[in-house]
Design a protein around this ligand. Structure first.
Ligand code: SF4
Length: 332
């Protein structure tokens, strides 16, 4: 493989939203000519909290459809499901023998999730970073595009590399994170990160009408502006922060000034935003419909992706076990 390698993944938690699209998928698509991609649907990470097993297959399929719909070309990458490649959990076990428990316990995500899932603080929640390190290191990536919330886990992966190499000999390289042109977008509430669990998101799979309705009803404006005749402040308005991503400069200027001098109302402003978001997402949504109707094709992509990923992953695992003195060809 002559191209450099990138690896990333998203949990199959249900329909992806525009935050995932802007912060991850679009970024990945932009650099696919330069990097070969391993894109993993990380179902084993998704089971560390309570989930509905009867919905998991559908959620994995939805994630695969949305990966493809967003422009990930299977000719330029491998799209696969984490649990289909056994080497992920096997290498994670090996890394569990390297990472000090204290390092796992200080992970912010572990602390947050433990608080939110107080009745189910399971061991996998704690050892999540070992599995993430395995997800990454099996493929020897040059870059790992991740959000800021995963930065700490990548740092831990780098520490695992150093510890492994010290103990067993130089083998892994330390992966670098990649943020690209990340467009951060708050949820519709204007307070929190966009998240399905907070129900403040705009799902990629919504129709144009549903998107407009959601924005009209839920997108937070400048709360000091009660009437159309009130002067508004776009700098503290979440709707305007979306315009900065989805609208062209002329329209941004028109809204900025119109809001300040009260010549434009919030209803009109939101309608303009909905139209621009719908225009941006139209091709993705057409593709979601197309791939949803052709599940056989999506399964083929996942099978082919798993086959490709497995070749690299199995080779890495074999070399790791060999370095650790676990392989004896006379035995197996
Ligand atoms: Fe926000 Fe637009 Fe209303 Fe101004 S006009 S407060 S930018 S929604």
């Amino acid at each position: 493989m002559s191209k450099k390698i990138m690896l990333s993944g998203i949990q199959p938690t249900g329909s992806l939203h525009i935050g995932n699209y802007l912060g991850a998928l679009k970024n990945w698509v932009n650099i696919l000519d330069e990097y070969y991609g391993f894109f993993c649907i990380v179902d084993y990470h998704a089971i560390t909290i309570e989930y509905d097993a009867s919905q998991m297959k559908k959620k994995i399929m939805d994630a695969a459809v949305e990966y493809l719909a967003s422009g990930l070309d299977p000719e330029k990458c491998s799209i696969f499901v984490q649990s289909d490649i056994k080497a992920h959990t096997e290498l994670a076990w090996i890394f569990n023998s390297i990472i000090p428990v204290a390092e796992l316990e200080r992970m912010t995500q572990y602390k947050d999730k433990s608080k939110k899932n107080a009745e189910n603080i399971n061991a996998a929640l704690l050892t999540y970073p070992s599995l993430m390190a395995a997800d990454i290191l099996l493929y020897h990536p040059d870059i790992v595009p991740v959000g800021e919330d995963q930065q700490q886990h990548v740092e831990l992966t780098r520490m695992i590399v150093r510890k492994f190499n010290n103990r067993y000999g130089e083998y892994f390289k330390e992966p670098n994170t990649y943020h690209g042109r990340v467009l951060r977008i708050l949820g519709l509430d204007g307070k929190n990160k966009m998240s399905k669990s907070l129900n403040n998101h705009i799902a990629l799979s919504l129709t144009a009408k549903e998107t407009e309705k959601l924005i009209m009803q839920k997108a937070m404006t400048d709360t000091n502006r009660k009437l159309k005749t009130d002067f508004g402040n776009p700098n503290i308005c979440n709707v305007y922060s979306y315009h900065k991503i989805f609208s062209d400069e002329d329209e941004q200027k028109e809204i900025y000034e119109g809001c300040k001098n009260a010549s434009i109302g919030c209803v009109q402003c939101k309608k303009m935003l909905a139209e621009n978001i719908n225009n941006e997402l139209a091709p993705v949504r057409e593709n979601i419909i197309k791939y949803s109707k052709d599940k056989d094709y999506v399964y083929d992509v996942l099978k082919e992706g798993a086959k490709n990923a497995s070749e690299t992953a199995e080779k890495t695992l074999y070399e790791v076990r060999d370095l650790m003195g676990l392989i004896d060809n006379k035995r197996i």
